[in-house]
Design a protein around this ligand. Structure first.
Ligand code: ATP
Ligand code: MG
Length: 409
């Protein structure tokens, strides 16, 4: 992509009301634009990051047998009345129609996926099943001041599993938890598996995947010695106490952001819709369901919160919109021709290059933009490097630059 043609530019004009660091950096660098609190437009750069994150999630969900589907965001009121959610879920957006009808906007989709799947399952032989989608969710959140961390409209991966009994569910639940850890690791995030209450979904314990960051909205307690971690909201453990799991470490407090979670839904939804299947004993059973969420757009915000310096964003390679930022310095025709050729060659090799070919922009501004946008590797072609038949190479997270022969690229 040539930067001269890139639709968004970097900007210093950010609303003073924008208090969150991820939103400030992403807007200054031209990845997103705030439409209103809790709703952001993604520019071509921002969308590339979102797609990278999505694809990591998609690959790992496919690996454990998840099948991708796409369900509507606009839901009939009846489905939400059936489960009681219409009256009990405070963040549910309700949409009146000019007809008598009312609708809900999807905030999670058990109400849609349960009939969709269970109308097609007749016997235990058709189970287990896990379907997932990557789609926008709407929530009437009271506070939306954390940039991409808390949207009123946000991108989520939601998977739903259907198993014939608790034992088979437990088997899949463990596999899904492992897949989650792999996903966050690929994004460059370290997630702590945190025990929490099942919330509105069930009486059971659920697991949240927490990334430590001061920008987060959750307080957790974690053991200084073992993996044990709990959400403060529900915990009987207190700060400074000995860990109830290993009896060795002390519980320490931290602020974190929940990038994903997994819930054991039990048989609630199959029963609510009275949709079951014929079990091994020939009798009607209800599926044991699970739901598994990942905040795709929140993860993008958390990655920015964790990877930045005074100059801008420092994208991990796995989610960076481009891997290389090629910068052409000066207006010498030979320098320009060399940079043009390097861009064409690298692109032909399938490398992702953002090429700063802008003729009217000085070196200082180009370097400042490159640091702000934060691609992993910066390549510079100038009169100086051309003399050596070389490229100046510098990684965004390192200070030192080196000259490498042009022929190496
Ligand atoms: P939170 O406690 O942060 O409100 P939640 O418990 O309501 O999250 P879920 O309903 O399980 O979250 O949603 C699944 C995932 O979607 C969460 O783990 C989180 O990563 C993401 N998520 C939830 N609410 C939002 C939001 N308002 N904006 C962005 N991402 C969100
Ligand atoms: Mg919530």
């Amino acid at each position: 992509m040539k930067q001269s043609q890139l639709f968004t530019k970097t900007t210093k004009q950010i609303s003073k009301e924008e208090v969150s660091l991820n939103a400030q950096l992403l807007q200054r660098a031209g990845f997103v634009e705030k439409l209103m609190a809790g709703a952001y437009t993604y520019s071509p750069l921002g969308l590339r990051v979102l797609r990278k994150i999505e694809n990591i999630v998609r690959e790992e969900m496919n690996k454990i047998g998840g099948q991708e589907v796409l369900m509507p965001m606009l839901h009939p009121k009846e489905n939400w009345v059936t489960t009681g959610g219409w009256d009990s879920i405070d963040i549910l957006f309700k949409v009146p129609s000019r007809t008598e009808k009312e609708y809900a906007l999807g905030q999670s989709e058990e109400e849609i996926v349960t009939p969709f799947v269970m109308k097609r399952v007749n016997t235990y032989r058709e189970l287990p099943l896990a379907v997932y989608q990557i789609h926008w969710k709407f929530r009437d959140e009271l506070r939306a001041k954390s940039g991409l961390l808390r949207g009123r409209e946000f991108l989520m991966k939601d998977m739903y599993s259907f198993n014939e009994d608790q034992a088979d569910f437990d088997r899949f639940y463990a596999i899904a938890k492992q897949a989650y850890l792999a996903i966050f690791k690929r994004m460059g995030l370290t997630a702590k598996v945190t025990e929490a209450s099942g919330g509105s979904f069930s009486e059971k314990i659920s697991y949240e995947f927490m990334v430590l960051t001061d920008a987060g909205e959750d307080d957790i307690l974690y053991c200084s010695d073992c993996d044990f971690c709990v959400n403060v909201e529900i915990s009987k453990q207190k700060i400074g106490e000995t860990c109830s799991r290993c009896n060795k470490g002390k519980m320490e407090r931290a602020t974190a952001s929940e990038v994903g979670n997994v819930f054991d839904l039990g048989q609630k939804y199959g029963k609510a819709f009275d949709l079951g299947f014929i079990g091994r004993d020939g009798k009607k059973q209800f599926p044991v369901m699970g739901c598994y969420g990942i905040g795709i757009s929140r993860a993008m915000g958390v990655i920015v919160e964790k990877n930045n310096d005074a100059k801008g964003i420092i994208w991990p390679a796995s989610v960076a919109p481009f891997q290389y930022h090629l910068i052409c310095l000066g207006d010498d025709a030979e320098v320009k021709a060399t940079a043009d050729k390097l861009y064409a060659d690298m692109t032909a090799q399938g490398k992702e290059v953002l090429y700063d070919d802008r003729a009217d922009t000085g070196a200082g501004a180009k370097f400042a933009d490159a640091d702000l946008i934060g691609l992993p590797t910066r390549l510079v072609i100038s009169a100086k490097t051309l003399k050596e038949n070389a490229v100046e190479v510098k990684n965004r997270n390192e200070e030192k630059a080196e000259l490498l022969p042009l022929s190496q690229f």
